[in-house]
Design a protein around this ligand. Structure first.
Ligand code: CP
Length: 327
């Protein structure tokens, strides 16, 4: 199925490329399926036969700790066979293109390729070129990181009970952040109000047209928000010699969160999130990362269940289960 609009309350796509392509119903359905998988991750025996006989290739051409491990754990807990390829260990270092790499991998008939690539649109190119292989976008440049957006939504839904009437403030480097884009698409679709806050140089022009409130003053962005989601400055996407703020110390003074700012401006029950990796002492002080407000490790935990749900759904698991009278 092409990445066009859908109003369905289920998920019937071959690929998961971005939250901008999904309806609120599809997003909610993925979260509901992830919720069902969550329990498996704390059982004594963490294995089900759901994807037995399926093979999953993790093609990570950019560094990753959480996403890659979480996809691998998720696939193995569903009994799939998994194969990992990193940028430094692949033939892309010898000049092979992403598309040629993927076509060669597809010739070995994996069922899913999970791909992370530094260029926006990398996953979409593979989805179009490989009709027999499900493609899951694990981050494409500054464009989207849909499974991160979904795990963030699941974490918010679990913490707050829903999205209606809730305000989520996304703080920091919005311009270079695929996490910000996926969250903005996802949160606005399911009915949350989204604010972004950062220096003008790190917020793209025209975000208001997405239905997003734009702030440059941290206090205004924090007051009344239910969730504060801090983002790392994406140094790897900032062109060499690019200067978006005077110094890290200045950035942290104006846009970093510490206990004092939270006590003065934030709701008592505010929820602090961060997709990781965190630069301690820059966007968040350690007392915030490790404090009672933080659900940062809940995000990581929920990531495994979300990735189980995504792999299960792109492979048509629900349709197969229904055909066999199990759905
Ligand atoms: N949140 C996230 O994508 O982390 P990794 O880069 O470690 O996968």
């Amino acid at each position: 199925m092409s990445p066009g609009a859908s109003t369905e309350d289920t998920f019937r796509r071959k690929d998961l490329l971005g939250l901008r392509f999904l309806s609120a119903g599809e997003i909610t359905h993925i979260l509901d399926v992830a919720e069902q998988f969550r329990g498996l991750n704390t059982r004594a025996v963490k294995k089900v036969p759901t994807l037995r006989g399926k093979s999953v290739v993790h093609l990570f051409l950019e560094p990753s700790t959480r996403t890659r491990t979480s996809f691998d754990i998720a696939a193995k807990r569903m009994s799939a066979d998994t194969f990992s390829i990193s940028g430094s260990a692949s033939s892309t270092t010898k000049g092979e293109t992403l598309l040629d790499t993927a076509k060669n991998l597809a010739a070995m008939h994996p069922d899913i390729i999970v791909v992370r690539h530094r260029r926006a649109g990398g996953a979409m190119i593979l989805a179009d070129a490989l009709p027999e292989t499900c493609i899951i976008n694990a981050g494409d440049g500054a464009c989207e990181h849909p499974t991160q957006g979904l795990l963030d939504l699941l974490t918010i839904r679990r913490a707050l009970g829903g999205f209606a009437g809730r305000t989520v403030t996304i703080l920091g480097d919005i311009t270079h952040s695929r996490v910000a884009r996926s969250n903005i698409w996802g949160l606005t679709k399911v009915g949350a109000k989204v604010r972004v806050c950062g220096p003008p140089t790190l917020i793209p022009m025209g975000l208001e047209e997405w239905g997003v409130e734009v702030h440059h003053n941290l206090e205004e962005a924090v007051r009344g928000a239910d969730v504060l989601m801090a983002l790392r400055i994406q140094q790897e996407r900032i062109p060499r010699g690019g200067h978006f703020f005077p110094t890290l110390r200045e950035y942290s003074r104006l846009y970093g969160l510490n206990r004092d700012k939270l006590r003065r401006w934030a709701r008592k029950d505010v929820v602090i999130m961060h997709p990781g990796p965190v630069n301690r002492g820059v966007e968040l002080e350690p007392e915030v990362i490790d404090g009672d407000w933080s659900v940062i490790l809940d995000q990581v935990e929920n990531g495994v269940a979300v990735r189980m749900a995504c792999m299960y759904l792109v492979l048509g698991g629900e349709r197969a289960a229904a055909r066999e009278g199990r759905g």
